[in-house]
Each structure stands twice: as C-alpha cells, then as structure tokens.
Design a protein around this ligand. Structure first.
Ligand SMILES: C[S@@+](CC[C@H](N)C(=O)[O-])C[C@H]1O[C@@H](n2cnc3c(N)ncnc32)[C@H](O)[C@@H]1O
Length: 219
C-alpha cells in the first residue's frame, strides 16, 4: 500500500493525498446529481485521508456522512480533517475492514439491515485482495436501502482489456507488490454486484483513465 498511496503528513496526523486535489471535483460532478434527491446516511468505505468525505459532507449538508477505514493512521487523519471542518453532518470515523464479510457501520440504532442511502468507495478494490471487493458488495447488499446507491471510483479493465497503457503498467506494479492486488475487470465487479442484488446503472469515464461505476440495489 505504502508505495501506491503516499499522502503528505501534517503535525496533527492529517494526511494530504495529491490525487484528492485532482479527482474530488470530477467525482463530485458525477455523484452530485444522484445525491441531490437522497436523504439519510452515506458511508464511505476506505476513506484514506478523509479529504473526500469532508469535501462531500460540506457540499451535501442534507446527508449524514460516515467515514471509515481499517488503518489507525487513516482514522487519525480523518478525525483531524473532521475537527478542522466542524461539519454537523459528518459523523465520527468507524474502523471498517471490508475483508470481514459481516462488517457493520454506524451506531447500534442505525446499523440495522438496509438503512444506508449510499456507499462511496474510491481507489480501494485494486489495492487490496479480491475478498475486499467481495466484502464491499456483500455489505452493499446487506446495508443499502432498496434503491440505494454504490459509487465505485478507480481504474478498471473493460472486457478483459486495459483501457490505457498507463493502467496496464500500474496493474503490473500492483501485482508485483502483492499478487492478490490488481486492476479489476468491470465484468467481474458486475458479477459480484448481481450476486448481492445490485445492478450497474451507470459507468462514467473519468480523467486519468479512471471510471466511476454506479450500482443500485434493486427490490
Ligand atoms: C489508495 S487508498 C484510497 C483512499 C481514499 N479512498 C482516496 O481515494 O484517497 C486505499 C484505502 O483503502 C483502505 N483499505 C485497504 N484495505 C482495506 C480493507 N480491507 N477494508 C477497507 N479499506 C481498506 C486503505 O486503508 C486506504 O485508506
């Protein structure tokens, strides 16, 4: 992970990822129309520094935003950004490891089945074993409301092919670092989604050869 995610650290534990400054606005432009009509709770899985969720919580005050990550350093960073932002709709970060197929979110009152309006997850499933993608979708099937949305941002292969030479090189470096990691194929991700009662409703090409895939939980 270290060589693929190297945020700069600040004195209070806050981390600053260069990619955030490049991608948060394009991501927001894609997800905002979907969020406009939602109410309730949105979970971010693998929040990393916490910069995306702070930015999105500021821009969508009508939603309650729940950050999460399994890394203690990242949980500290999320807390530091949250302290600075003082947003009433930003909830405390939770330690969630998506490789636990039974992961839970929120407090006891909220962590009931089918209570989340949306899940956002950026740049996680290629820098982690496939069990993390499986756990993400298992949780989406378990926690999303009917009609709830999963936004999945990152690089993906399409029909078994890389969409750019730079993604192919990135994939090779991921696999060299850990053979369980790698750029995922959209079709494999869609298969996971179908198994958990979700279907892909949108696929948006993003800058730097990334995509935002949007899934919705059906009845
Ligand atoms: C490349 S960083 C992306 C962080 C942030 N989403 C972003 O786009 O800046 C990958 C993140 O996935 C998290 N992660 C790794 N394994 C995970 C797991 N099993 N469950 C949940 N998150 C995980 C890491 O701690 C890290 O914060």
């Amino acid at each position: 992970m270290a060589s693929f995610f190297n945020p700069q650290s600040g004195p209070d534990g806050r981390l600053d990822a260069a990619a955030f400054h490049r991608n948060h606005e394009p991501i927001w432009n894609v997800i905002e129309p979907y969020l406009r009509g939602l109410t309730g709770d949105v979970l971010e899985a693998g929040s990393g520094t916490g910069q995306h969720i702070v930015e999105f919580a500021r821009k969508a005050p009508h939603l309650a935003w729940w950050p999460s990550d399994p890394s203690e350093a990242h949980l500290r960073s999320i807390a530091a950004w949250a302290d600075g932002a003082k947003l009433p709709n930003l909830r405390p970060a939770r330690k969630i490891d998506l490789s636990d197929p039974d992961w839970q979110w929120g407090d006891a009152a909220r962590a009931r089945p089918h209570a989340l309006s949306a899940i956002f997850c950026a740049n996680v499933i290629h820098i982690a074993p496939w069990t993390v993608a499986e756990g993400l979708f298992a949780g989406a099937g378990r926690h999303l409301k009917t009609g709830g949305l999963l936004f999945l941002y990152g690089p993906f292969k399409r029909d078994g092919q890389h969409t750019a030479p730079s993604n192919e090189a990135f994939d090779a470096s991921l696999r060299a670092s850990d053979p369980r990691w790698g750029v995922r194929d959209m079709a494999d991700v869609a298969t996971l989604a179908t198994r958990q009662g979700l279907r892909r409703i949108d696929c948006v090409a993003m800058p730097a050869n990334n995509f935002t895939l949007i899934f919705q939980r059906a009845e």
